[in-house]
Write a protein that binds this ligand. Structure first.
Ligand code: KIV
Length: 271
């Protein structure tokens, strides 16, 4: 048997089984081959090629500017680095809103050109038709509710969503719409922990939280935030596992000194 055959790949079915046996799902973002390889080697369950690439890779203030071509570029690189994990790719702003045919065309491009396993789209009842149309082509869809960064100009702020009862009721109803439409999982971003736990209890599909507390079926973070590469973003929900900004800065400074002092390369580092 080849090594390839031995790896048990994560699928939508595996994720559903994890929810049933109450095993938490670990998801992180990646945007390039090298990072994706490390995540996969660590046995991450889901790799999200998030449109947060717009912020952390391209330096944009919001996720709105990133294009479908750019998402495809990132996703292609990530897929090459992954053997086991399930790879989900964000449909970017402007590639699906208000037009389910365009949503399907965008999702088909993503699947055909990247080799990824599923797409993620933001919104509730208003994207129901798009979810169904994408699913009709056999493409799994992950939903995204709560703070949906592609609608930041409608919200006007990145504060916690659904703290008022009307918005909370709409979120619960939207979560059911997404499940009934056929989504295999839903991300809940920056909503009260109690509300997120209620949604996770009511839905049969996995609910993955970011700033949504511990009562959900899994967690997702942006890799550059949790590794401390990006220092510009410090919400309460973010746990920094490392300070890579400082580590990389220190290494680069030492390299510069070594070059200037002619300490690099040494005798052993030349031919
Ligand atoms: O784009 C992204 O990174 C996301 C996560 C924050 C869930 O959508």
């Amino acid at each position: 048997m080849s090594t390839r055959q031995k790896i048990k790949k994560v699928t939508t079915h595996v994720l559903h089984e994890m929810k049933l046996r109450k095993e938490k799902i670990a998801m992180l973002t990646a945007y390039d081959y090298s990072m994706a390889r490390i995540l996969d080697k660590a046995n991450i369950d889901v790799v999200l090629v998030g449109d947060s690439a717009s912020n952390v890779m391209s330096g944009n203030e919001t996720t709105l500017p990133i294009t479908l071509d750019e998402m495809i570029y990132h996703a292609k690189s990530v897929v090459k680095g992954v053997e086991r994990a399930f790879v989900v790719i964000d449909l970017p702003f402007g590639s699906y809103q208000g037009n389910s045919k365009e949503a399907l065309t965008s999702a088909i491009r993503i699947m055909k050109e990247t080799g990824g396993h599923a797409v993620k789209i933001e919104g509730g009842q208003e994207i129901e038709e798009s979810v169904k149309r994408i699913l009709s082509a056999g493409i799994p869809v992950m939903g995204h509710l709560g703070l949906t960064p592609q609608s930041i100009h409608k919200f006007g702020t990145y504060v916690v969503r659904a703290t008022e009862s009307d918005e909370a009721k709409k979120l619960i109803s939207d979560a059911h719409v997404l499940e009934d439409a056929g989504c295999f999982a839903v991300v809940l971003e920056k909503v009260p922990a109690k509300l997120a736990a209620k949604v996770a209890k009511e839905l049969t599909i996995p609910v993955i939280g970011i700033g949504a507390g511990a009562g959900v079926d899994g967690q997702v973070l942006v890799l550059h935030d949790m590794l401390g590469i990006n220092q510009d973003f410090s919400p309460r929900f973010l746990r920094r596992y490392h300070n890579l900004f400082a580590e990389i800065l220190g290494s680069v400074q030492t390299y510069i000194e070594d070059v200037k002092n002619q300490e690099f390369p040494s005798e052993n580092e030349q031919y």
